[in-house]
Design a protein around this ligand. Structure first.
Ligand code: CP
Ligand code: NVA
Length: 311
C-alpha cells in the first residue's frame, strides 16, 4: 500500500511523536554542522535530487531565506515565485496549480492569505505541502520557537509559555502545539483580539493546558518564556484600532520582571520596535530572537525530511 502524502499544514494534525522526532532531528543536525559554512551539504543529504517550490502571496524574509538555505543544506534545490507572478495571480485555480506543480517538483511551501487555499493546494497535490504561514497558523515558526526554548531549558514538557498581545496566527500554532508537547500556555489578549475559539476548544478537548486572560501580568506569572508578535499582521486592515487596543500589552522590562527570573523572550520577527516590545527587551540579556531566527533553517530541514518520509 502506498503511504499517504505527508503534508505539514497545522501542528494539531501531526502526531506528537512526529513533532518530537522533527525537533530531535533538528537539534542533531544543528550540532553536527557547528562551524561549517552555510552552504555545505549535510553528510546524509536527505533532499538530494529533490526540488521544493515556494509560493509567496505575502512578504517574507526569514521564511524565504531559511527554506532556501535549508534545501541547499539538505542537498536539494528550490524554485521561488510570488503568487502575483504566477497564473494564480490571474485566476488560475489553486487546484490546477497543485496538479501542475505536482508534476514538476517534489514538495511545495506556500505562504497564503487564506488558510483554505493552503488546504485546497494540499488536497489537490500528490506531493507534500508545507504551510509557510497563513491567516490561521505559522507551524514552522512555532517548531523553531520550541527548538529555541528546548535549547535553553531542555524538554518543553511541563514548561510555562506566556503569549502577550494579539491572538493571531502565530498564537494559534502555539495553541495547536500545547497539548501535543505538554507545555502550559498562558495567553493575554484584549477581548476583541482573542485567540480562535475553535483552536481553544480543540486544545481543551485534547487536555491541553491553555488559559486565557485579559491581564498581561497574570499571563507572565510563572512563565519560562514570554512571547509576542506584531499587533498588525499582514492582511489586517484595522491598524489604528489594533494599536489602541493592544497598547497595554507591550512587553517591556517591567513585564519581563514579573516572569520567572531565568525566563527568556522570543519574537518571530519582524518586530515593530517600541510597539509590541521595547528595544530594551528585544536587545536585552533574556532575548533569544537571533537564535530563534537561525533555528528556522534547522527545524525546516527536519520538517522537509519528515515530509519526504526520512524521519
Ligand atoms: N517570522 C517570519 O515568518 O518572518 P518572515 O515574514 O520574514 O518570513
Ligand atoms: N503575525 C504576523 C507574523 C509574521 C511572520 C503576520 O501574519 O504578519
Amino acid at each position: 500500500m502506498t503511504q499517504p502524502v505527508r503534508h505539514f499544514l497545522d501542528l494539531w494534525r501531526i502526531e506528537a511523536s512526529d513533532l518530537r522526532a522533527i525537533l530531535d532531528d533538528a537539534r542533531a543536525r544543528k550540532a553536527a554542522r557547528q562551524g561549517w559554512p552555510q552552504g555545505r551539504v549535510d553528510a546524509d543529504a536527505p533532499a538530494r535530487e529533490r526540488v521544493l517550490a515556494m509560493i509567496f502571496e505575502k512578504n517574507s524574509t526569514r521564511t524565504r531565506f531559511s527554506f532556501d538555505a535549508a534545501m541547499r543544506q539538505l542537498g536539494g534545490n528550490v524554485l521561488i515565485s510570488t503568487a502575483a507572478d504566477m497564473q494564480l495571480g490571474r485566476g488560475e485555480t489553486i487546484e490546477d496549480t497543485a496538479r501542475v506543480l505536482s508534476r514538476m517538483v517534489d514538495a511545495i511551501m506556500i505562504r497564503a492569505h487564506n488558510h483554505d487555499d493552503v488546504e485546497r493546494l494540499a488536497y489537490a497535490s500528490t506531493i507534500p505541502v508545507i504551510n509557510g504561514l497563513s491567516d490561521r497558523g505559522h507551524p514552522c515558526q512555532i517548531m523553531a520557537d520550541i527548538m529555541t526554548i528546548e535549547e535553553q531549558f531542555g524538554s518543553i514538557s511541563g514548561k510555562t509559555i506566556a503569549w502577550v498581545g494579539d491572538g493571531n496566527n502565530v498564537c494559534a500554532s502555539f495553541i495547536h502545539a500545547a497539548p501535543k508537547l505538554g507545555f502550559k500556555l498562558q495567553i493575554a489578549t484584549p477581548a476583541i483580539y482573542h485567540p480562535d475559539l475553535m483552536d481553544l476548544a480543540r486544545a481543551a478537548a485534547e487536555q491541553g493546558r491553555v488559559e486565557t486572560t485579559r491581564d498581561p501580568r497574570e499571563a507572565v506569572e510563572g512563565a519560562d518564556c514570554v512571547i509576542t508578535d506584531t499587533w498588525v499582521s499582514m492582511g489586517d486592515t484595522d491598524h489604528d484600532e489594533r494599536v489602541d487596543a493592544l497598547e497595554p500589552y507591550q512587553v517591556d522590562s517591567t513585564l519581563m520582571n514579573l516572569a520567572n527570573r531565568d525566563s527568556i523572550f522570543l519574537h518571530c520577527l519582524p518586530a515593530h520596535r517600541g510597539e509590541e516590545v521595547t528595544d530594551e527587551v528585544l536587545d536585552g540579556p533574556r532575548s533569544r530572537i537571533w537564535d530563534e531566527a537561525e533555528n528556522r533553517i534547522h527545524i525546516q530541514k527536519s520538517i522537509i525530511a519528515w515530509c519526504f518520509g526520512q524521519i
